[in-house]
Ligand binder design. Structure first.
Ligand SMILES: [Zn+2]
Ligand SMILES: [Zn+2]
Length: 716
């Protein structure tokens, strides 16, 4: 005889406002189980009664088949006494008391909504704000929790009768879909010229498409902010956008209607296709197909191009007007945060855009598009923002409530609570006053949204960073808070460990451009042993002066000269390599005087600067207009197959100093022999890999550690 049992399940995580209760309702009915489901503060509570075997299947099927937006972080189950439920029901009673710490990210439009929107017989035909419980804006429209319509920027739109009946029917796909709207009751589009004059048109989308086809630049309000759009095939339009945005070379992201369209100009592997089609719809860096069928000005000198699929209904409507691709770059003045409010867009972007396609749904939390790149089989974030934020990174253990202030250049802040780390959207360079304000605003919003009162504030060890100064001020104003400065590369490796739920100690290889070291010099080519709260430096690139400090970052030729001088002394002047022939000898001499006299030439072990030096010496470029440009262009030419290596030297000191002078010597020899830049680049990459593997295996022998964590911008 079969046993009948009664259980109570608590499902924690992001399960509210995602169609979770209707899913449970249907699943229980399918298995002939009785009971009820309701929302509670931390997630959902399920009372379930029935045959033991069916309840077992029920429990297995919840994680396996739950709605795509639901994120179950943890669950518990207990035996309870029978209440003899007659049926399975959804209890909506606790909906008003929800105080969940989980807020959903903005999610791309779902297939069902796309097909409704493209169906001439549907009431939401061509409606650019269509959504349901499985899709649509979330974080970008929320003012406060609980996530309910009156606490979102949808509150100004009163639902019509039809929308309301969908919203209140738990069998409907739009049950409690907070942004639910239709043509009659929801947000609307309006097209303006740059002087804020309304363009009279019945179909603003079609009109915008026509403008784009004619080569105009249009600022388009999206989910997390404005995009600046141009036709990606129109070379003149792309160049005009570069000129007006004062962004000479940094790649632009493009958006295409479908994977098939993308495959016409880029190589798409299965794993990349999966990410492109994911609910988060990030920009994925793909290898270009040659000849490249879009404008060369989109990603000049780069073998990768950043591509995404449409994620807002409006994107589909625009792209179906027969574009191969649209450039969709963040609508901001370089260095400032992306514009999110309409008046802000007019104020900031009217020198760039010719037209503005605007809507009257307010963006509460702005965020840029996320960017990922595959490193072998794993996706790595270049930018974790729209679509992912504010979903937490789940930690292995509970931690105190911490506010981590991030660095200054590509700032992201983080708040922790229990076993969750809430990372903010990409904030940017906070040396820019607007961006600094955005950072402050984000800290405040996130603290209030997740109800976090930090016990600890952490910041970069760099004493002059604005983020460090802010942390000091914050700690002085909140005397019960503990302030902890953290070394930059220690933080890199610790973050990698946290993300992968790994306890230390590990060997950490942190390679990037700039990080303030414990000895006051600029680190960036570091091999460390890291345990959660401490680290030991075991190897680093040999120190070299950075003549001109920040200028040496913008002008890779300075690092080229520094490495040549470091390797050859004064002898290098007579080398017959193109790099030296192109630079004014006077400038070179001044630079060497700076190095010798130690004027404005801080010491660095930065891997980013070594890439710059090699790129310059190899003749790739002497100056850059965006971060990492020289290294990316060096990588782009290095795809040639070649297994050869250059020499390097590792000393026997307790902290190994990595001497790359033998490599620089051989690179110069190769250049004198006229060896192709691509081969030199390839050999350089091979050498770094071998060198770091060598160091790691030496450390393994010494310490017994056999796990390596890799982190830092150089890996991207
Ligand atoms: Zn939908
Ligand atoms: Zn309606």
């Amino acid at each position: 005889m079969e046993t009948f049992i009664a259980k109570r399940l608590i499902i924690r995580g992001m399960v509210q406002g995602v169609g979770f209760r209707p899913f449970i309702f249907n699943l229980a009915n399918r298995l002939s189980l009785k009971g009820n489901v309701s929302n509670i503060s931390s997630g959902a509570l399920i009372n379930i009664e029935g045959r033991a075997g069916d309840i077992e299947s029920f429990c297995d099927l919840i994680p396996a088949q739950c709605p795509p937006l639901a994120l179950i972080t943890d669950s518990s189950i207990q035996n309870v006494s029978f209440r003899k439920f007659k049926e399975f029901s959804i209890s909506a009673s606790s909906i008003d008391n929800d105080k969940t710490g989980m807020v959903l990210p903005d999610i791309s439009i779902c297939d069902k909504c796309v097909s409704e929107m493209l169906d001439p017989l549907d009431s939401r035909y061509q409606y650019p704000f269509i959504n349901c419980t499985e899709c649509g804006p979330r974080y970008s429209i929320i003012e406060d929790i609980p996530y309910d319509r009156h606490k979102t920027s949808m509150k100004q739109f009163k639902m019509c009768e039809t929308c309301l009946s969908e919203y209140t029917d738990y069998k409907n796909r739009r049950f409690h879909a907070q942004p639910n709207a239709c043509k009659k009751c929801g947000p609307k589009l309006c097209l303006y010229d740059r002087h804020k004059n309304i363009i009279n048109t019945k179909n603003p989308v079609k009109e915008t498409a026509n403008l784009l086809k004619s080569g105009y630049i249009v600022a388009i309000k999206g989910i997390g902010g404005f995009h600046l759009a141009v036709d990606a095939k129109n070379d003149d339009a792309v160049k005009l956008l570069r000129q007006r945005k004062i962004r000479p070379d940094k790649p632009f992201a493009v958006m295409s209607f479908s994977i098939e369209n993308i495959k016409k100009y880029a190589l798409v592997e299965k794993k990349e296709e999966k990410s492109l089609c994911s609910l988060q719809r990030p920009v994925v860096l793909l290898k270009k197909k040659f000849p490249f069928s879009l404008s060369e000005a989109i990603a000049p000198g780069n073998c990768f191009t950043g591509v995404m699929l449409p994620y807002a209904p409006l994107h589909y409507l625009l792209l179906q007007e027969s574009f191969s691709a649209l450039v969709m770059t963040s609508g901001n003045i370089s260095g400032e945060p992306v514009a999110a409010k309409s008046n802000e867009a007019f104020e900031k972007l009217s020198d760039i855009a010719d037209y503005f396609l605007i809507n009257n749904r307010e963006i509460i939390h702005r965020s840029d598009d996320s960017v990922i790149k595959y490193i072998s089989d794993s996706p790595a974030f270049i930018r974790r923002s729209r679509g992912y934020v504010p979903a937490p990174v789940i930690l292995k253990n509970n931690v105190p409530q911490i506010l981590a202030c991030g660095g200054d250049l590509k700032n992201v802040i983080c708040l922790t609570k229990n076993n969750k780390a809430f990372l903010s959207q990409h904030i940017g360079n906070i040396e820019n006053p607007e961006t600094f304000r955005f950072c402050m605003e984000t800290i405040k919003h996130m603290q209030s949204l997740f109800n976090i009162k930090p016990e600890i504030i952490t910041h970069d060890l760099h004493p002059d960073y604005l983020s460090s100064k802010f942390a000091k001020k914050y700690a002085s104003e909140n005397t019960d808070i503990v302030r902890v400065p953290v070394q930059h590369h220690h933080a890199h490796i610790a973050a990698c460990m946290a993300e992968n739920m790994i306890d230390g100690p590990v060997i950490g290889v942190a390679l990037d451009g700039t990080g303030y070291g414990t000895d006051g010099s600029i680190w960036g080519g570091e091999v460390l042993v890291v345990e959660a709260g401490r680290f030991q430096r075991l190897a680093h690139l040999a120190y070299i002066p950075m003549p001109g400090a920040a200028a040496a970052v913008r002008e890779p030729w300075r690092m080229g000269i520094a490495y040549l001088y470091h390797t050859f002394g004064d002898d290098f002047f007579d080398f017959g390599i193109p790099f030296l022939q192109k630079i004014d000898t006077k400038k070179v001499k001044t630079l060497i005087q700076m190095i010798s006299a130690k004027i404005n030439s801080p010491l660095t072990s930065s891997m980013g600067r070594l890439f710059d030096a090699v790129a310059a010496i190899a003749g790739i470029r002497n100056n850059i207009t965006y971060n990492g440009q020289a290294a990316m262009e060096l990588e782009s030419v290095s795809s040639i197959r070649n297994k050869k290596l250059y020499e390097y030297f590792l000393d026997n000191n307790e902290i190994v100093s990595i001497d790359v002078r033998p490599m620089i010597r051989e690179i110069v020899l190769d250049l004198e022999k006229g060896i192709e830049t691509g081969i030199i680049g390839r050999k350089f990459h091979n050498t770094l890999i071998r060198m770091l593997a060598d160091i790691c295996s030496t450390i393994k022998k010494k310490t017994g550690l056999n796990r390596v964590a890799l982190s830092g911008g150089v890996f991207l």
